[in-house]
Design a protein around this ligand. Structure first.
Ligand code: OSB
Ligand code: MG
Length: 380
């Protein structure tokens, strides 16, 4: 398990930043935005010995989920992150992180290059990514995140479609006045599904009556009900409700998770690798939580198949013991960037690839078609 990793040299000498705009098959609506397209940034990194690695920096097009967005990801990579990495000898993940450690925040931008680094490493070592990270599962449980709808009937129809497509763990977005009645309607129609709700910070403690009312619906968890930068009020709320609170937006680091767990603000953590600054941080964070008996799951940012492939690999780690927001690629975009779709089987699981590297073939032609802007950066 603890063999010395990443001792062979790796040097990134060129990076292409690709701004893609894939069209969603269905608009995605949350308490903070409604999207028809999902802008995203792919980082294509080249080593001096001819390997090509991809990473995704999957920020939203607007800074309404967190304080990053597609434009800041591009700016930070271009101005600060790539210049710190290009041409540098990278013997380890720590060496890579050290390049951009002085830059505060911008975790999604950093994750773009970090993911590309891991893709390169996995190819260099000819091993599947999950093996580099110490994964223990050969399949991961899928889940689906359903946007909010104007009426309870519409939400129930979407849940029905998800159940019919084989999903057994279903998350639904809620917002004030699109909450208790919706949960009630979903539960009435589907007494047995594993159901959870995500508020994306749409409530305050003054709404605690509505949130207490959700206890009736046997929810797996309630995700991020309160402010995006709060943990204190979440601890107060958790004292009032039975449903376990899961934090998403509030957790940017291992330290955030430690504090939230310490004060009782979260019984479950949603780890989005891009939100916490990469896959290595995600692994360490998941292990911290494991020591404290707190399960985690891998969240999603409506990534393309490339980002989802990384998320599948990280979900194989032991403490990712709850199904996350990884759906089949057919749930997201009209055109994806993988040659073969990511498929959810009848057991509601996705098989983890055993081939070296990312384990999914990348469709360069599709990437070209979806790219709205690109720029090339070379080591000087
Ligand atoms: O809060 O989990 C969230 C998508 C964009 C921004 C925030 C969230 C989400 C999702 C979608 O819920 C998860 C997915 O990628 O399937
Ligand atoms: Mg969330």
């Amino acid at each position: 398990m603890h063999r010395i990793m990443n001792i062979s040299p790796l040097r990134i000498v060129r990076v292409d930043l690709l701004h893609l705009r894939p069209r969603l098959r269905r608009p995605f609506e949350t308490s903070f935005v409604r999207l028809d397209d999902k802008d995203t940034v792919l980082v294509r990194a080249f080593t001096d010995d001819g390997l090509i690695g991809y990473g995704e920096a999957p920020a939203m097009p607007v800074p309404y989920y967190n304080d990053e967005c597609t434009d800041t990801v591009l700016l930070m990579l271009e101005r600060y992150i790539l210049p710190s990495v290009l041409g540098v000898e990278l013997p380890s993940i720590e060496a890579l992180q050290a390049c951009y450690a002085p830059i505060k925040g911008h975790h999604m931008a950093k994750t773009g290059i970090e993911a590309a680094y891991w893709h390169l490493r996995a190819q260099q070592e000819a091993r599947p990514l999950w093996e580099l990270w110490g994964g223990v599962r050969d399949r991961i449980e899928a889940g689906i995140s359903i946007g909010t709808e104007a009426t309870a009937e519409q939400v129930v129809e979407k849940v029905r479609a998800a159940v019919d497509a084989g999903y057994r763990r279903i998350k639904v977005k809620i917002a004030p006045n699109r909450d208790v009645a919706m949960a009630e309607a979903i539960r009435a129609a589907f007494p047995d599904i594993r159901l959870m709700l995500d508020a994306n910070s749409a409530y305050t403690l003054a709404d605690s009556d509505r949130l207490v009312a959700l206890d009736e619906f046997d929810l797996l968890m309630l995700e991020q009900p309160l402010d995006h930068d709060d943990i204190i009020d979440h601890a107060r709320l958790q004292e009032q409700i039975q449903t376990p609170i899961c934090l998403d937006e509030s957790i940017h680091s291992r330290a955030d998770a430690r504090k939230a767990i310490d004060i009782g603000a979260a019984r479950i953590i949603n780890i989005k690798p891009s939100r916490v600054g990469g896959f290595w941080e995600s692994k360490l964070l998941a292990e911290d939580c494991e020591r404290r008996g707190v399960p985690v799951w891998c969240g999603g940012m409506l990534e393309t198949g490339i980002g989802k492939a990384f998320n599948i690999h990280i979900s194989t780690l032991n403490n990712f013991s709850l199904p996350g927001d990884t759906s089949g690629t057919d749930q997201y975009f009209e055109q994806d960037v993988l040659c073969q779709p990511i498929v959810v089987g009848p057991d509601s699981c996705i098989e983890v690839p055993t081939t070296p590297g990312l384990g999914f073939e990348i469709d360069e032609q599709a990437i070209r078609l979806l790219t709205v802007a690109s720029r090339r950066f070379d080591a000087v």
